[in-house]
Ligand binder design. Structure first.
Ligand code: KIV
Length: 266
């Protein structure tokens, strides 16, 4: 649990990096989940466009829209008392031009209580990050495996081009981002980048040296069946618990055990 419940601000990320205090980040897409994660003291809630794969049942994040991100960010941010809320800019909501990126990021800050946006890309996205930051909107970067590039990468693959990824992380920091996600890069490379980076690195599948860690909540709660990334440690088996509770309910309805007299109005 956090020692103080003052709302986390963008400034805390910089001081936590200096102090070597690790940063906890989880994704959230709805109000009750965000409420409990906030109560648990999670530092940052990411309304990720993993919405597409975790919630919408898609194979990729490409179909997620800006309207959907706004809708989910609004619910999450309304629940967050202390946690810092970051919302992803989805595919093609910032790629066409810098004005488009500013307008998309602006919608997140104007229509929700989220405090920052996240967008994917390093060197190629640096000018966009700079433009959004210049519009006074905090940006979290994202390099390494950037899921919106899945078609160009030819799949969700660990990214190993060390020099390019280091240059990407550096470009994101120089463009004014306050933190950067390192996704699926070798642990040693993530450690080097973390040592070089003036802003906190938030790892997912990037080893223990990062300044913080992020997981997709559905992965860590065991809510998704099928492919299980090796880095996605399960802290609970909610999927099985849900199935068991629902099958008990169905059995009780069939047998007449639910509802009981005490659960009925007179
Ligand atoms: O969309 C998302 O949830 C993310 C995290 C996995 C970093 O980008």
């Amino acid at each position: 649990m956090p020692t103080d419940d003052r709302p986390v601000s963008v400034l805390d990320f910089a001081s936590w990096k200096k102090q070597g205090r690790k940063i906890s980040v989880l994704t959230a897409y709805d109000h009750p989940t965000a409420h409990w994660l906030d109560a648990a003291g999670i530092d940052c809630l990411l309304v990720g466009d993993s919405l597409g794969t975790a919630v919408q049942g898609r194979d990729t994040t490409l179909g997620v829209t800006l309207d959907q991100m706004v809708y989910h960010a609004e619910m999450v941010a309304r629940a967050a008392r202390r946690a810092f809320v970051v919302c992803d800019l989805p595919f093609l909501s910032y790629h066409a031009s810098r004005p488009q990126a500013i307008r998309s990021a602006g919608r997140i800050l104007k229509e929700t209580a989220a405090a920052a946006v996240k967008l994917e890309g390093g060197v190629r996205a640096a000018a966009t990050i700079r433009a959004v930051v210049d519009a006074q909107i905090p940006v979290m970067g994202h390099v390494g495996l950037t899921p919106q590039s899945v078609r160009r990468f030819g799949g969700f693959k660990v990214q190993r081009q060390a020099d390019a990824i280091r240059a990407d992380a550096q470009a994101v920091a120089e463009a004014g981002a306050f933190a950067v996600v390192l996704e699926c890069v070798p642990a040693e490379l993530a450690a080097t980048i973390t040592a070089e980076s003036p802003i906190p690195t938030i790892g997912i599948g990037a080893g223990p040296a990062c300044d913080g860690q992020v997981l997709v909540i559905h992965d860590m709660l065991g809510l998704l069946e099928g492919f299980r990334p090796r880095f996605a440690r399960r802290y609970a088996e909610f999927g099985e618990a849900l199935r068991d509770a629902a099958s008990q309910y169905a059995a009780d309805v069939r047998s007449g055990a639910f509802p009981a007299e005490s659960e009925s109005f007179r």
